[in-house]
Ligand binder design. Structure first.
Ligand SMILES: Cc1ncc(COP(=O)(O)O)c(C=O)c1O
Length: 422
């Protein structure tokens, strides 16, 4: 009886979502078996309102590194609510200062000053503004397939024309070059180039890791041509790739690093851009040039601090690296057994992309995986790539559960006629 009532409540919620928010989204998710209304959430798991349990391998594109409804972060937020509110955005505050100090300690090299925001796009907007303001140059170079956010400057930096086209004219001065191609970047930099912005692993673009040599080459190029190097670590940051920040693999320190998503502990929106002392000259002369009412609120900073502490205390980057290896063993086996479906796996820690042989496989795999208790989605930019980004604290037996679900789902698709059917 209770089950029926929950199923009915779920139907009503989906109908209301379709009617008042976005009907096409409901249709697309339904076709991928993901017309789930999130109910209970805990650790690596999420439950549909109707009671079905899933291992969450979507995690809002790497926003839930600390797990779903992490009790320690909840406790920190509850305690903060006894004393704090958002805080005045113009005012100096202890939580803002404390988190900024912590971020400067855990980021590589001499990154020091922090500008807060609420979302990732906003952090990238600031990074590009700072680069232009500081260099007094205008050109910005980003990469094809890059994703940097849906707001002004970030949108112009996106490397997918379909996302920009309906909103043209974009902010002028943006150029897009192939990813992992240092020569293309060298040939595009001019004396007017203010910044290069890059994701150390392209996420939305289909999980493409930058090579160490590429990032090192970009650093050298930027030094030679006096260009500001921006690393967008919004998806790769806070342990996701097996290091606290992905650029640590290449030993490269950018001039500005942006972060968001998991900084909010999956409880409170906050983003940040952290930059070198040298760039602060611009902010010193324009201390009120970039303001955000909600960015870096006191509550957000307290949650951010709790999230960073949790990640460090539990050595989540190391754990992510180990669990990534465990996944890889299973992927190697799947690659051998299902060559018709699975072409390659690209991975850095727990940022994992399964490259299928065909565009239709992504949605079909999402559908099958949901039937086997795993929530996973193909990337919007690349339906032939399934992104797997579980919570970083995923346990070995949960990794095996996901691998088992992948195996069963692939077997099911082969039984249905493999790729021939489509
Ligand atoms: C690499 C990267 N940069 C920026 C963003 C934008 O972040 P937000 O959606 O919080 O504005 C995203 C979001 O997916 C992202 O993956």
């Amino acid at each position: 009886m209770r089950k029926e009532r929950l199923a009915e409540e779920k139907r009503e919620a989906l109908a209301a979502y379709a009617r008042y928010v976005n009907p096409q989204k409901v249709r697309v998710l339904k076709n991928a078996g993901l017309d789930i209304i999130e109910g209970k959430r805990e650790g690596a798991y999420v439950w549909d309102m109707n009671g079905t349990r899933y291992i969450d391998c979507v995690t809002s594109a790497g926003s839930f590194n600390v797990g779903r409804r992490n009790p320690e972060i909840i406790a920190a937020l509850k305690q903060a609510l006894d004393q704090y509110d958002l805080g005045g955005f113009l005012m100096c505050s202890k939580p803002k200062a404390d988190l900024a100090k912590k971020l400067s300690e855990i980021t590589p090299g001499d990154l020091q000053y922090v500008m807060y925001g609420t979302g990732g796009g906003e952090a990238n907007d600031f990074a590009i503004k700072l680069a232009r303001g500081f260099t007094m140059k205008t050109e910005v170079i980003s990469t094809l397939k890059a994703y940097h956010g849906h707001t002004g400057f970030s949108l112009a930096a996106i490397g997918r024309e379909e996302y920009r086209k309906p909103f043209e004219p974009m902010v002028p001065g943006f150029r897009h070059v192939p990813f992992n191609d240092l020569d293309a970047m060298k040939n595009t930099v001019t004396d007017e180039t203010a910044a290069i912005i890059i994701e150390p692993v392209q996420g939305e673009g289909g999980i493409h890791p930058a090579t160490d040599q590429y990032l090192q080459g970009l650093r050298q190029l930027c030094d030679e041509r006096e260009v500001v190097l921006i690393f967008d670590e919004i998806q790769t940051g806070f342990g996701r790739t097996g290091k606290m920040f992905c650029c640590e693999y290449a030993g490269v320190v950018p001039d500005i690093m942006t972060m968001g998503k998991s900084l909010g502990g999956n409880l409170y929106p906050i983003s940040a851009a952290i930059y070198r002392d040298e760039l602060n000259d611009f902010i010193v002369t324009h201390p009120f040039i970039h303001l955000s009412t909600f960015g870096g609120s006191d509550l957000g900073c307290i949650v951010g601090m709790a999230a960073v502490d949790y990640i460090m205390k539990n050595r989540l980057p190391e754990h992510a690296a180990a669990m990534g290896e465990r996944f890889q063993k299973g992927f190697d086996d799947l690659l051998k057994r299902y060559p018709e479906l699975l072409l390659e796996v690209r991975r850095k820690g727990l940022m994992m992309g399964l490259q299928y042989t065909n565009d239709s496989i992504g949605p079909r795999m999402s559908y099958q995986l949901a039937r086997h208790g795993v929530m996973a989605i193909y990337t919007g930019n690349e339906p032939s790539v399934m992104r797997l980004m579980p919570v970083l604290g995923i346990r070995p037996e949960e990794v095996d559960e996901v691998l088992d679900a992948l195996d069963k789902s692939m077997a099911e698709i082969m039984k249905q006629g493999g790729i021939e059917k489509y």
